[in-house]
Design a protein around this ligand. Structure first.
Ligand SMILES: Nc1ncnc2c1ncn2[C@@H]1O[C@H](COP(=O)(O)OP(=O)(O)OP(=O)(O)O)[C@@H](O)[C@H]1O
Ligand SMILES: [Mg+2]
Length: 295
């Protein structure tokens, strides 16, 4: 079966005043349909630029030099026009960023932003039908008062609610690939954990393929089926999550793993543990009802 994403020998350099800076040195990775793949590595190793190339956003940059193969659902991205790549964004592939509040345009209501996203995949759909779809999408991410949220601006909502709005928008058009670049790391850890659980349930339901970028190996362990470790623009190790965590081969992977704090054993806190402290902030600030959380 054709993989959702296949990157082959991808190289990236930037032209600067001081000459060329080589950032990616020929990385290869693939994501099968419905697979959740994590890309982990230290700051500056080349994680975000990889996602931006897949989204077709670096191709327009005059200073970027890109070579190698990138196939999305069997189609060669590099041979597509900027217009064709643009048409894929927000429809067949979408992205969730680190800081939801600053990523949502502050001059439009959530409802208007939703309409813009939905109209990319459903041209000709009535405003009323789009609103219905948006309400459903917000309900899917456990937003209790979707009507109120649709009429709000991002700055009127909490960070955790904005994160869920962003997840709902990113998945609204049922993309085959979701790129999640350090999702929610700007949030409180408990809120981040809860929103990741929601995202996880939704991508599972829709068989969405995911490229999950993170430096939090605890979260990666919970979320990903397979992991690629990137170090200074090279993939130094890859494998199924459990195998890689149990028996890391590359010294850099070992170093990364040894840096994981072991306060709680890592990973996403499980709400079934009944930790009252974990639920309290979600109920107080994030608009979850206790019933939703304990369901
Ligand atoms: N537009 C650009 N021009 C020049 N260099 C760039 C540009 N964008 C990224 N880089 C460089 O490419 C390298 C990789 O950046 P990237 O943002 O992918 O890192 P990252 O792995 O996502 O790190 P972090 O974990 O901090 O987000 C960095 O050295 C960065 O400075
Ligand atoms: Mg980054």
């Amino acid at each position: 079966m054709t993989p959702t994403l296949k990157i082959d020998g991808l190289k990236l350099g930037f032209k600067t005043h001081a000459g060329m800076i080589e950032v990616l040195h020929g990385i290869s990775l693939h994501i099968r349909k419905g697979e959740r793949v994590a890309l982990v590595g230290e700051s500056g190793s080349g994680k975000s630029v990889t996602a931006r190339i897949v989204l077709g956003m670096l191709q327009q940059l005059k200073t970027a030099r890109i070579s190698g193969g990138i196939e999305f659902e069997g189609r060669d991205l590099q041979r597509m026009s900027a217009r064709e790549r643009h048409a894929l964004r927000g429809t067949s592939m979408s992205m969730i960023f680190q800081d939801p509040t600053s990523s949502l345009n502050p001059v439009y209501t959530v409802g208007a932003l939703f309409q813009e996203v939905l109209s990319r995949a459903h041209s000709g759909m009535s405003a009323g039908d789009m609103r219905k779809m948006a309400i459903e999408a917000l309900s899917d991410v456990a937003i209790g008062e979707p009507e109120r949220v649709l009429d709000s601006y991002a700055f009127q909502l909490s960070g955790g609610m904005n994160q869920r709005v962003m997840i709902a928008m990113a998945l609204a058009n049922n993309p085959s690939l979701l790129l999640a670049d350090e999702p929610g790391t700007a949030l409180d850890v408990t809120v981040q954990a809860q929103t990741l659980k929601l995202m996880s349930a939704l991508v599972e339901k829709h068989h969405t393929s995911v490229l999950f970028i993170s430096h939090n190996l605890g979260v990666v362990r919970e979320f990903a089926d397979r992991v690629y470790v990137i170090y200074k623009g090279n993939i130094v190790e890859q494998g199924p999550t459990a195998a890689l965590f149990d028996d890391p081969r590359h010294p850099y992977t070992r170093a990364l793993l040894s840096a994981v704090p072991r306060i709680t054993g890592g990973g996403i806190p499980d709400i079934d543990d009944g930790v009252a402290d974990f639920l309290a902030p979600l109920v107080a600030h994030e608009g979850f009802s206790e019933k939703e959380l304990l369901a």
